[in-house]
Design a protein around this ligand. Structure first.
Ligand code: SF4
Length: 371
């Protein structure tokens, strides 16, 4: 059975785990709990979309991120949600056989398949900096995108050029949206993409037959609708003026704010505090490291140097700029997924009222219909 439910059932995943996955996706999408049933029914019946995964100038960190995702139980969330027809890193065929796989998938699902792009696209020197099978990344992207229903750029490199686009950008690296203008393109930036957000995006597509609502940078509001700073578990310390001054000092050991150690949380949009990493085990700020704003355009040029040498130690680069303004003054505990989901829903509603940008397809939020 070529559905998500059929795929996980064949691996012995229970109904209980399936419902747990549906509820995790509901929370990740910042939807009210009443949507869980609708999402479960959609996942049980919707055919898995054909996905073509392209890799260009990248470190394969985004592939690693989704391969390590663990919901519902076996680290196969994304693989179960989609029919992955082409992925250079994990597919068995190579060479001409791999190229045939790509062409067969494009023919079989023309107009319906989703393209996931990992890595930036080099445009300098006629695209010579990245070629596969004798064709440049630009040529491959243009050809594969022409038959796609939509594209999802995973990671900051595919979204905004990322690290390869850092000054002086010798390869002319660009993001997918810079080159593909006639198809909907969703950006899931991050270094790397969070596998939960990728699974939630595909879940949204299967449930509502459209990509989720986005901000002006093409990022879905459910995952990029709030500043890290406004959901940070250290926020109450920021408001009280309790800052870590030195790596390992008493404030650091007590979980105080990392702003004076260079934290870029005030300018970074992401749901790290709600979703976490490694099965929600932790995330950088919770682990005691400043945010580097890896979801923002130009973060490599704007956030580096991440570290400086102090004697024999490598320490985060501190800064002491003025405190950010306009914050909500709310500090949420790490892992407070339900509260963050509720807050995210409020953001969605506020931005809907404000006429927030939608993907090129005109895709919107899932509407007010509940279950
Ligand atoms: S500056 Fe960083 S550590 Fe401090 S509250 Fe904001 S996001 Fe959290």
């Amino acid at each position: 059975m070529n559905t998500f439910a059929g795929s996980i059932r064949s691996r012995g995943v229970t109904r209980r785990d399936f419902m747990k996955f549906a509820s995790v996706m509901t929370a990740a999408l910042a939807l009210p709990v009443r949507y869980t049933g609708r999402i479960a029914r959609a996942l049980a019946s919707a055919a898995r979309p054909t996905v073509i995964w392209l890799e260009f100038q990248d470190c394969a960190g985004d592939s690693e991120s989704f391969l390590r995702s663990s919901h519902p139980t076996a680290g196969q969330a994304v693989l179960d949600l989609i029919d992955l027809a082409y992925h250079e890193t994990i597919m068995a065929p190579a060479g001409a056989a791999a190229e045939k796989n790509l062409r067969d998938a494009m023919e079989r699902a023309r107009g319906k398949y989703i393209v996931i792009v990992e890595g930036s696209i080099p445009t300098a020197a006629g695209g010579a900096y990245c070629t596969i099978g004798g064709r440049s990344a630009v040529q491959i992207l243009e050809e594969v995108a022409s038959g796609a229903a939509a594209l999802i750029a995973v990671g900051t490199c595919a979204s905004f050029g990322g690290l390869p686009a850092a000054a002086p950008n010798p390869t002319g690296a660009m993001g997918v949206r810079d080159l593909v203008k006639n198809k909907p393109v969703l950006n899931l930036p991050g270094c790397s993409v969070n596998g939960v957000n990728l699974a939630a995006t595909i879940t949204h597509y299967l449930t509502f037959s459209e990509l989720p609502a986005t901000d002006q940078l093409g990022r879905p509001l459910f995952a990029y609708g709030q500043r890290i700073h406004d959901t940070c578990p250290r926020r109450s310390h920021f408001d009280a003026g309790r800052f870590v001054k030195e790596w390992g000092d008493a404030g650091h050991r007590q979980g105080w704010c990392l702003y004076q150690m260079g934290c870029k949380g005030p300018k970074a949009m992401h749901n790290c505090a709600a979703v976490g990493w490694n099965d929600g085990t932790s995330w950088p700020i919770e682990a005691g490291h400043p945010c580097i704003a890896c979801t923002e355009p130009g973060f490599w040029d704007g956030s580096t140097p991440f570290y400086r040498w102090m004697g024999e130690s490598l320490l985060p680069t501190p800064h002491r700029p003025a405190r950010p303004q306009g914050s909500l003054g709310i500090g949420l505990g790490a892992g407070a997924a339900a509260a963050a989901a509720a807050a995210g829903t409020a953001v969605l509603i506020r931005q809907r009222k404000a006429g927030a940008a939608r993907p090129d397809s005109g895709a919107g939020d899932p509407g007010s219909e509940g279950e």
